[in-house]
Design a binder for this molecule. Structure first.
Ligand code: H79
Length: 462
């Protein structure tokens, strides 16, 4: 009798368990969670992004094997575009997958680099325009686990390392261009003109299910970075929005899906000339290319990278700075060195960056020269690079890239300055300050405490 009851209980428990697993497989549990918890306000959703300011972009794919050279000839342009620029057929380009074996890849090291650089999020190419998935996709065999001797899923390893180090993790996904697919946008050399293609077939059969995979198998995804929305109608874009909102309501969508996202994406390497309201990000290269190119040695210096970070933050944006790892899985040494130098600066001066607001001034950005015209006939903007200003409530952070002799003068200051000191001074010793109306003069030590950017804090009286 007793054993009968026990047996039926076991059946019941097994049944419930099986149902729970089925529910999970169908993606029900996440969807349910989304409707159960109160919807996130846009401010709550954006909070981490506004705080973060600095992220690591990683462009990694099988294009890192040719590394900018095809059949002994250098191919001009950005490395990840080689298939397009050299008009390599799908059949030929696919061969690269069978050679891809980045045995030196170490997720922990990559995440550690981001952490040491003071970056708060990582965005990696899960699939670029070439169509090759850098994770284990069940939707297409054209992926790093099924089509290479490497057979590992580096995105799984990175997700785990990011969780361990408290770095947020996001994916780049090329939703429109897919040069591997007959109905994806962009590959006209194998498949003819785009206007003859059935994009919805490609979107339904590959891009949409792959985005679902990325949002279910890799833990919480901070953002998804869509790009080049060539064929994206509002309806097509909305289907991706629905997928993201259903599976991970907290996941941000960038500005290049083809419909308004959670924030604006500026053009590649395009820093605006002035303060821009709202949430935005500048994706940028650390040399010239995104995907690794063996001949690109044009590394931005730590000085330049720090200036760009401060400049962007003072205008209200985030800096998503890219590295292009090699086919062995190595991030080039100059990228390591220059990012770590920025990280050292941030260790001392991070208070002036993370969660910081825009400048109340604006004249420091530069001036338009109306005598000179650019290619489009617009006046040329001459940027100034001496100083920038970031803010926190009651504080102005003056970033001095050129150390003035004796004193620093600032006009148009609203309110009274209470105290001034340098972030590089652990004692935060007050500096001599004089104020006449909105004009402030701060006496400075002879030499700059930081060779890149010494940050002067002006604390205001409330
Ligand atoms: O992922 C990176 C680029 O591959 C991608 N966006 C960043 C984040 C991107 N896709 N398209 N573009 C940038 C614009 C492409 C410009 C060019 Fe070209 C590619 C210039 C040279 C190669 C296409 C081919 C236009 C001219 C030749």
């Amino acid at each position: 009798m007793q054993s009968k009851i026990l047996r039926s209980r076991i059946y019941l428990i097994t049944l419930l368990f099986a149902l729970a697993i089925l529910g999970q497989l169908a993606g029900c549990s996440t969807a349910q969670k989304a409707t159960q918890t109160a919807p996130l306000s846009q401010d709550a959703k954006m909070n981490w992004f506004r705080e973060a300011k600095f992220g690591l972009f990683i462009h990694w794919g099988i294009y890192s094997i040719p590394a900018g050279e095809w059949k002994g000839q250098p191919v001009a342009g950005i490395g990840e575009w080689i298939m397009n620029r050299a008009k390599i057929s799908v059949a030929e380009y696919e061969q690269l997958a069978s050679q891809f074996n980045p045995v030196k890849f170490n997720a922990e090291e990559w995440v550690k680099l981001a952490e040491d650089a003071g970056m708060k999020y990582i965005v990696i190419t899960s699939k670029h325009h070439d169509g090759f998935a850098m994770y284990h996709s069940k939707v297409s065999k054209y992926n790093i686990v099924d089509a290479t001797p490497f057979k590992r899923d580096p995105l799984k390893e990175l997700a785990k390392a990011c969780a361990k180090h408290g770095i947020r993790f996001g994916f780049y996904y090329s939703q429109a261009q897919d040069w591997h697919e007959p109905n994806g946008a962009g590959n006209t050399w194998d498949f003819g003109p785009d206007d003859k293609k059935d994009f919805d077939q490609y979107l339904r059969d590959k891009a949409e299910p792959q985005v679902k995979e990325l949002l279910t198998g890799y833990g919480p995804i901070c953002l998804i970075w869509f790009d080049t929305p060539r064929i994206m109608t509002k309806e097509r874009a909305q289907r991706f929005v629905d997928i993201v909102h259903t599976l991970q309501p907290a996941c941000l969508i960038d500005g290049r899906l083809g419909i308004e996202g959670d924030y604006r994406s500026m053009g590649d390497n395009r820093i605006p000339n002035t303060v821009v309201e709202g949430d935005w990000e500048v994706p940028a290269t650390i040399n010239r290319t995104w995907g690794y190119k063996k001949d690109d040695h044009d590394w931005k210096t730590p000085e330049d990278l720090t200036f760009k970070l401060v400049d962007i933050v003072s205008k209200g944006g985030n800096y998503l700075l890219n590295v292009g790892p090699t086919a062995e899985g190595i991030i080039p040494q100059p990228s390591h060195d220059n990012l770590r130098a920025v990280g050292c600066w941030l260790k001392v001066n991070g208070e002036s960056i993370y969660g910081a607001g825009t400048t109340p001034f604006g004249d420091e950005f530069g001036v338009y020269d109306t005598e000179k015209k650019d290619r489009r006939g617009n006046p040329v903007f001459n940027a100034k690079t001496d100083w920038r200003c970031t803010t926190k409530p009651g504080k102005l952070f003056i970033h001095l890239f050129k150390w003035p002799t004796g004193s620093f003068e600032l006009s148009k200051v609203k309110g009274r300055v209470n105290k001034t000191y340098l972030l590089a001074d652990p004692k935060r010793k007050g500096l001599n300050v004089q104020q006449e109306a909105d004009r402030v003069t701060v006496s400075l030590p002879k030499t700059a405490p930081d060779k890149i950017d010494s940050v002067l804090v002006l604390e205001m009286a409330n």
